[in-house]
Structures are given as C-alpha cells and as structure tokens.
Design a protein around this ligand. Structure first.
Ligand SMILES: [Zn+2]
Length: 313
C-alpha cells in the first residue's frame, strides 16, 4: 500500500494527503494532495473523516490509515487520534483461534439438541451457524468468524451450569461481530446485541455481544457490502443505538428499530420482530420526531434525544 506520508495542513484543522486510493480508482497516483481529512471530526463521529476530491474515495480514519483498533469504546476518538497519526502503534487485527478439543456437531435427541429446541433453534439453524456440542463442558459452542477464520467463540451452558457463558481466554470480544461474514453480504443487515437475539431476527442479523460498540465493530459494519442497516439493540440501549446510527449514517441507509421497553428480541415472536423491523423508521425521521417530542427544534442548540433523566436537566 502506498504510504500517505506527512500531511499538509490547511487552514483550521484540516489535513491534506496524497490519496492512496487514486491509483486503484483513477488509474494514476495522486501527487496533488487531493485527500482531505479532518481529525477533529473523529471526536464526534467516524463519519466521512476523509474525502478525496480526485477519485471520490471516502471513509473513516481507520480505513485511511488501515488501522484495526480493538478496545477503545466508540466515541472516545480523542484518545485514539494519536494512534491514527502513529500507525506503527496499531492494535492487531483479530487473529485466528481454534475450537476447544472434543466439540462435535449437534445431534437431535441429545441434551444439546433439546436445549436448542427449547430456544426455538432448529437443527438447520444450528448447522447454518456452525453451532457445535461441547459435551465435556455441557455447552453449545457458537463460532464467530471473520473472512472465514474463527476469531472468537461463545459457549452457552445447556444444563444451568454457571457461568452461563464461556469464552476463549485472552481474545478480545469487543472487536468481533457474530455472523458478519454472511449478514455483511445481504441487502439489509440488522444489528442486534446478543447472539440469541440475532438468531431470532434471522440470518441477516449480526450480534455485537455488548451494547458498548467499539470503533472496530463500527468499521466492520461500515465496510460491509450491505447498503441498508437496521439497528435493533436491546431496548435499554437506546442511547447506544442512537450513537451507532449516527456513526453509520454517512456510509449506509440507516433505520432504527425500537423494541418495546422491557422486551428482549430473543423472546419476541417472529411476527412481532418482523413487524418492528419492517416498520423501523429511517433514523433521520425518527430523530426529528424525538426532537419534537422533547420540545426541541425551537432555535436552541440541538440535543440528541436521550432516555431517562438525562433530558430533565
Ligand atoms: Zn483519490
């Protein structure tokens, strides 16, 4: 890959680089400093932080610097700007791991098979997600892959044993997305929080495994082939869903599915889930509606809608 080199500073905080994407997109190298980037914007959003006036390449700083960050939570960009400017400090990409010994395909009429049935997960579905039985530990083990490589797994006990979930040691959970390989190829990708929720929603759904969504996870979604995104986090994660929509909006058509308070997508019927997803409003429309409900848009500075006591100030 062509090195960006030292940028030229323009007025304000904008930086200009020779675009590393021009050669591929335009046939010839950029030598005229056509790529603009505003590091300050990273603080508020990963949105469109670089743009090449010559070849039209645009995207996040991660893409520009080919950085795969792992741990910093989304919206803590100020802390990692220095990492963007010092690519030698990159955190590594997810590394391939292996399944524990002794796992085998789930068979019907076993404890593992019965557990899946009790969660309304068919054997076909188990095969699709490559779920395995780990009889020695009495767990269903669910692989998480990236570009076909196993990068994480989650092992759910099926006999009530604690802890409910086991994970591989020393592997960062917060940099992976369940089912991104498949869902990232679909026309509409749904972002859920838990794996069982994602499975309940269907094969175009991914799971973030946490409501704290990391920049690397946002990158993976932003870089997916899916033009349309519906966020469908758990109902107590409305603020995180708003942040996620905001970060994805420059890259994707974003809708926000708001589940009934107190509900868990894994417990909702297929019909209810389908209804919620089919009628999920476009994020911008929803934002406007929430702002009006909060008495906003009256000339005062716009506030993102929040839940609970935050807007009672
Ligand atoms: Zn370019």
């Amino acid at each position: 890959m062509i090195q960006l080199g030292d940028p030229i500073e323009t007025g304000g905080i904008e930086l200009r680089y020779n675009c590393p994407f021009c050669l591929k997109r335009n046939g010839t190298e950029d030598t005229g400093w056509h790529l603009y980037m505003n590091p300050e914007k990273i603080i508020n959003s990963i949105a469109g932080v670089f743009f090449c006036q010559r070849c039209g390449a645009r995207g996040s700083a991660n893409k520009l610097f080919n950085i795969k960050t792992e741990d910093p939570p989304a919206h803590k960009w100020s802390e990692i700007i220095s990492r963007f400017l010092h690519p030698e400090l990159h955190a590594p990409v997810s590394t391939a791991i292996s399944m524990p010994d002794g796992v085998r395909p789930v068979r019907p009429n076993t404890q593992a098979g019965d557990y899946l049935t009790s969660r309304a997960i068919s054997l076909d579905t188990a095969i699709f997600y490559e779920m395995m039985d780990w009889p020695e530990r009495q767990r269903i083990i669910i692989p998480i892959k990236e570009h076909g490589k196993l990068v994480y797994w989650v092992a759910r006990s099926y006999n009530g044993q604690e802890p409910k979930y086991l994970n591989p040691k020393g592997v960062p959970r917060r940099s992976v997305l369940f089912n991104i390989d498949h869902a990232g190829q679909q026309d509409t990708l749904v972002v859920a929080e838990g794996i069982i929720s994602a499975i309940a929603i269907g094969r175009s759904a991914i799971a973030t495994l946490s409501k704290m969504i990391t920049p690397r996870q946002i990158e993976l979604i932003a870089d997916s082939k899916s033009p349309n995104i519906i966020t469908c986090l758990d109902p107590d994660a409305i603020n995180e869903a708003v942040d996620l929509c905001r970060d994805l909006r420059p890259f994707k058509n974003v809708r926000i599915a708001v589940l009934p308070v107190g509900s868990d997508p894994a417990d909702l019927s297929y019909e209810v889930l389908k209804q919620v997803l089919d009628t999920a409003p476009v994020y911008n429309d929803w934002l406007g509606m929430m702002a009006r409900l909060n008495g906003g848009l009256n000339g005062t500075e716009f506030q993102y809608p929040t839940v609970g006591s935050h807007h009672e100030r």
